[in-house]
Write a protein that binds this ligand. Structure first.
Ligand SMILES: Nc1ncnc2c1ncn2[C@@H]1O[C@H](COP(=O)(O)OP(=O)(O)O)[C@@H](O)[C@H]1O
Ligand SMILES: Cc1cn([C@H]2C[C@H](O)[C@@H](COP(=O)(O)OP(=O)(O)O)O2)c(=O)[nH]c1=O
Length: 257
């Protein structure tokens, strides 16, 4: 039997806007459903994960298999100690990257076998997969221009690496349209968030309550993580909800069939 919570992942290249959108979605889903929301990320969603993140992003260079295993180890601990217990409590878990990043970066980017990379991670997490995965797709050069902090080891991997990674994400999404939502990340933060809310609510069979959701987007885009650069000016609450609500405007929460 599957856990009573919901598991949502954001995927895409570096700087496409995943952490910004994950934070906004998590905040809205909490208000909408009244459920606990756990906002997390890979690598580095746990204390041990922070050490693994530092090693893989800022440590010495390493061969692709070592890199793949560090991401898988981070994921195993993340799922066992944080994600699965939260889902079992009925929480909504929103993660900034998950297993699909390994397939895109370590297989698409580093050119290890896709099936092998997926197998390692599937083993690590005992096959726990997201209910919904949102791919924010953007030209890697445009995404890199959004990153104002110093680039890490993966971000320095080169244009061809990031082109392959983008293609791998798109191919993976095309192969499983029931799980994936693919969005053009060149849109504004507000327009993207509005679309994500509509799509996620539909996939998870949640009924958005527009009046209650309108006030939930804060101007502060700090995602709580220490090394992401996520400051941009925009008008809170403007353009963050669809013109036409997808569900009845009455009611006090969300329903799941
Ligand atoms: N849709 C967007 N348009 C323009 N800038 C954006 C957009 N989304 C995010 N940003 C900005 O781009 C930078 C990277 O965003 P972030 O959410 O940290 O991306 P990621 O988590 O994918 O690396 C931040 O400065 C953020 O404010
Ligand atoms: C989770 C994961 C991330 N990565 C890479 C992608 C990123 O370049 C880097 C760190 O992820 P992240 O902090 O999410 O980067 P960004 O905010 O720039 O998108 O690790 C992998 O190569 N494999 C993985 O399995």
């Amino acid at each position: 039997m599957s856990a009573p919570g919901y598991f949502i992942s954001f995927e895409g290249g570096d700087g496409v806007g995943k952490s910004t959108q994950a934070r906004l979605l998590g905040q809205w889903l909490g208000e909408l459903t009244g459920r606990e929301v756990v906002l997390t990320r890979e690598p580095g969603g746990t204390e041990l994960g922070k050490e693994l993140r530092a090693a893989v992003l800022h440590g010495q260079d390493m061969d692709p298999r070592t890199e793949a295993l560090i991401y898988a180890a981070d994921r195993a601990h993340h799922v066992a100690s944080l994600v699965r217990p939260a889902l079992e409590r009925g929480a909504i878990v929103v993660t900034d990257r998950y297993l699909d990043s390994s397939v895109a970066y370590q297989s698409g980017g580093r050119e290890l076998g896709a099936d092998e990379v997926e197998l390692i991670s599937r083993w690590a997490v005992q096959d726990l997969m997201p209910d919904v995965t949102i791919l924010l797709d953007l030209d890697p050069a445009a995404a890199a221009a959004r990153i104002r902090r110093q680039h890490d080891r993966l971000e320095r991997a080169g244009a061809e690496f990031h082109r392959r990674t983008r293609e791998a994400f798109l191919a993976r999404a095309a192969a499983d349209p029931e799980r994936w939502i693919v969005l053009d990340a060149s849109a504004t933060i507000g327009d993207l968030q509005a679309q994500i809310r509509v799509d996620v609510a539909a996939r998870l069979e949640l009924t958005p309550v527009v009046e209650e959701a309108e006030d939930t987007v804060a101007a502060d885009s700090d995602d709580g993580f220490d090394d992401t650069d996520s400051a941009i000016g925009y008008t809170p609450g403007v353009g963050l909800l669809p013109e036409t609500p997808t569900g009845p405007a009455t009611g006090s929460g969300a329903t799941r069939a």
